[in-house]
Design a binder for this molecule. Structure first.
Ligand SMILES: Cc1ncc(COP(=O)(O)O)c(C=O)c1O
Length: 329
C-alpha cells in the first residue's frame, strides 16, 4: 500500500465479514465458489453501503454537519443504511426518492419510516444529476436549523471508494491466513463504488485477482465510465496513481427488463440458493450478480481450478416487496 493519507472513518460495520466455500454450488458447477458475507456487516446497517458510509459520515461530522441528505429508489438499501447509520451517530436523515409516495410502506421504505427519516418525493429526479431535488430538501433543512451534508448516489465517490479498498485488504488478509488465492472476485454494480473500491484496493494491496462486475442497471459502458470517473477523482483527491482504469471489467446482459425487474429463472435461482446454501440473495442486486456468475460458468467463461469469490453485498430487506413473485407454499 503506497503512503496515502487515508481519511478518518466512523466505526459502524462488523468487520471483517466472513468468507467461506459454497460447497454444493461449487460441486454442481465445477468451480470453487466462495462467498464473502458483506450482507453481515450489521442488521439494520447490513450490506455494502455501510463500508462507504463509514467514511462519508466521518467527513460530515468533521465538517460540523448534523444532518445528511441522500437519495435513491423507494427500496434503496443505501437510503435505509444511511438512515440507520445517521441515527446511530445522532444525525438527522433526509431522503429523496423518485416517483410518488406509495400507499403501503414496504421493505426498506418501511424501515426508513420507522426511524422517522424526513422524506421527499421527486417524481422525475435523475439520480445522476439530482441538483434541483436536493435544493428542496436543503431548504427544508435550513428552515429547521440543520446543517446538511449531501451523500452521493450509493455513497459512491472518491471518499466512498475507501470502503471497498478496506474490503480488498480483508480479502488479502484471508489469502495470507488461509493460503487461498481468489483469481476472480465477483460483485453487482449499481452506483459503481463497490466495484471501483475493490478494483483500486486490489491494485493497492497487490491482490492477484480479476475483479468482475455485473451491472444491474444501465449499460456496462455507462458504468465503466462512471467507475473510471470515480477512480480519477480518487487519484486526484488523494494524490495517488492507482492506474487500474484499463482493468475495469463490467459485463452486461443481466439487467433484464430494467433496474429492479425480475424474471422467473432469476427468482428460481434465488430459491435454489436459499435451499442449497442457506443464503438469502435479493432480486435487485445480488440475485442478478449470482445469476450472471452461474450463467457465465455454464457458458465456459470460468475454468475448473478457478477460486471465485462472490461478494454478497446485502439487500435482504428488498426481498419482501417481491414476495408474491416467489413460489413459496
Ligand atoms: C445490495 C446491493 N448490492 C450491490 C449494490 C451495488 O453497489 P454499488 O452501488 O456500490 O455499485 C447495491 C447498491 O446499489 C446494493 O444495495
Amino acid at each position: 500500500m503506497p503512503n496515502i493519507a487515508v481519511p478518518h472513518k466512523t466505526d459502524l460495520a462488523r468487520l471483517p465479514t466472513p468468507i467461506y466455500s459454497l460447497a454444493r454450488f461449487s460441486r454442481k458447477l465445477g468451480v470453487n465458489i466462495f462467498v464473502k458475507r458483506d450482507d453481515m456487516t450489521g442488521v439494520e446497517l447490513s450490506g455494502n453501503k455501510i463500508r462507504k458510509l463509514e467514511y462519508h459520515l466521518a467527513d460530515a461530522i468533521k465538517q460540523g454537519k448534523n444532518a445528511v441528505i441522500t437519495f435513491g429508489g423507494i427500496q434503496s438499501n443505501h437510503c435505509r443504511a444511511t438512515v440507520y447509520a445517521a441515527r446511530k451517530l445522532g444525525l438527522m436523515p433526509i431522503l429523496i426518492h423518485s416517483g410518488e409516495e406509495p400507499e403501503i410502506a414496504e421493505g426498506n421504505y418501511f424501515l426508513n419510516k420507522l426511524a422517522k427519516a424526513k422524506t421527499f418525493f421527486a417524481p422525475d429526479v435523475d439520480f445522476f444529476n439530482p441538483k434541483s431535488a436536493i435544493k428542496e430538501a436543503e431548504q427544508w433543512a435550513v428552515h429547521k436549523g440543520l446543517k446538511t451534508a449531501v451523500i452521493p448516489l450509493g455513497a459512491s465517490d472518491a471518499i466512498g471508494l475507501w470502503g471497498y479498498i478496506g474490503c480488498a485488504q480483508e480479502i488479502m488478509d484471508y489469502t495470507n491466513e488461509k493460503g487461498t488465492v481468489f483469481n476472480k472476485v465477483i460483485c453487482a454494480v449499481g452506483s459503481g463504488g463497490t466495484y471501483g473500491g475493490l478494483l483500486a484496493g486490489s491494485k493497492l494491496y497487490g491482490l492477484d485477482s480479476e475483479i468482475i462486475g455485473f451491472n444491474v442497471l444501465g449499460t456496462a459502458e455507462f458504468l465503466k465510465d462512471l467507475v473510471s470517473k470515480q477512480l480519477s477523482d480518487f487519484e486526484e483527491k488523494f494524490s495517488v496513481q492507482v492506474g487500474c482504469k484499463d482493468d475495469i471489467n463490467i459485463i452486461d446482459g443481466y439487467v433484464g427488463a430494467g433496474y429492479g425487474e425480475t424474471w422467473p429463472e432469476l427468482l428460481a435461482l434465488i430459491e435454489e440458493v436459499a435451499v442449497e446454501e442457506g443464503i438469502i440473495l435479493d432480486p435487485v442486486y445480488t440475485g442478478k450478480a449470482f445469476y450472471a456468475l452461474v450463467d457465465q460458468i455454464k457458458k465456459g467463461q470460468f475454468s475448473e481450478g478457478d477460486n471465485v469469490l462472490f461478494l454478497h453485498t446485502g439487500g435482504i430487506f428488498g426481498v419482501f416487496p417481491h414476495r408474491e413473485k416467489f413460489i413459496v407454499e
